[in-house]
Design a protein around this ligand. Structure first.
Ligand SMILES: [Zn+2]
Ligand SMILES: [Zn+2]
Length: 302
């Protein structure tokens, strides 16, 4: 089975407290690493959980509040010092490039590796990335500054050959059979794909939504995701505060999961006012049972 899992590196909003770090997650899809947000201390978190930063080739930044990118300059600098030469692709709001360039300029740093920067506009949902494993689309969120979430959608896989049955047929047929095509041989005999292959695993999807207030306009883009990560900064008793700061309550996160028919919900981005998180989890679970806390060091199969 193709690996598709996420490890949480940070679960805190705004400031690092109670052993919680600001937002960052590492997605592993088919043994390729994708970093989602990069709060302060992300490189130390990667080390702590034995995840090699050098294997990250793509970084996605949701918005320019510091708790989502203050770790980036440190991470990029360390990769440089450690001799990286392969390119790094960064998908982020346009001004981030200027911020990085200023920091490199005044530290007189000439990176050994190229940064390929892809600016994101938070105006409408768009596909921003595609490779052989994944498609990534933006989710336009409602926050105090332009913010996008991301949907990581696996691409459909090919059918799998059944080894014992395909040993005696020409290898030249394999590609077509894996695509689900039947083959007519010269003697008129037909080899049916379904006799020689098993169906592919259904493609899975992971939606990442941080930071945002409850807003139905982005629901369409996260609908029926297999797993949804959603911020849940406050308990619902602080709804006014959530609206004021453009954040979501734990109860609302559960409602968003329920309305959009996702299979599993992860919540994070917890306010520094909460020393323990059980009550946030319980509030969300009162609306959507299959919820887990996206806290540091946990890895979820997607
Ligand atoms: Zn934040
Ligand atoms: Zn924010």
């Amino acid at each position: 089975m193709m690996k598709f899992e996420v490890t949480i590196l940070g679960s805190s909003s705004a400031t690092p407290v109670f052993n919680r770090n600001p937002s960052a997650q590492l997605l592993n899809c088919n043994e390729k690493y994708y970093l989602i947000d990069c709060g302060e201390g992300t490189q130390q978190q990667l080390t702590k959980y034995n995840l090699k930063a050098a294997r990250i080739d793509h970084i996605f930044i949701s918005h320019l509040h510091g708790d989502h990118y203050f770790g980036l300059i440190g991470l990029l600098s360390s990769l440089h010092l450690n001799g990286r030469i392969k390119p790094m692709q960064i998908f982020a709001p346009t001004p981030l490039l200027e911020i990085l360039e200023i920091q490199f300029k005044y530290s007189d740093t000439n990176l050994r590796y190229p940064i390929e920067f892809f600016p994101i506009e938070a105006d409408e949902s768009k596909q921003i990335f595609e490779n052989q494993d994944l498609i990534v689309k933006t989710v336009v969120l409602n926050h105090r500054i332009p913010t996008t979430g991301f949907v990581f959608q696996q691409k459909p896989r090919q059918r799998k050959l059944i080894k014992e049955k395909t040993e005696d047929i020409p290898m030249a047929y394999y590609a077509a059979l894996k695509k689900g095509k039947d083959i007519e041989q010269s003697n008129g005999e037909i080899l049916r794909s379904e006799d020689f292959t098993t169906p592919a695993e259904p493609p899975r999807s992971y939606a990442y939504c941080s930071d945002t207030m409850y807003d139905e306009r982005y629901f369409e883009t996260i609908k029926e995701s297999d797993t949804l990560y959603h911020e849940a900064t406050f308990m619902h008793e602080l709804l006014d505060r959530a609206n004021e700061t453009h954040h979501t309550t734990a109860k609302q996160a559960g409602e968003i999961a329920k309305i959009n028919g996702v299979k599993k919900l992860l919540i994070g981005h917890f306010s520094s006012r909460y020393k323990t998180l059980q009550m946030l989890l319980e509030e969300t679970q009162s609306v959507f049972e299959n919820t887990e806390l996206a806290v540091e060091g946990r890895t979820f199969q997607l």
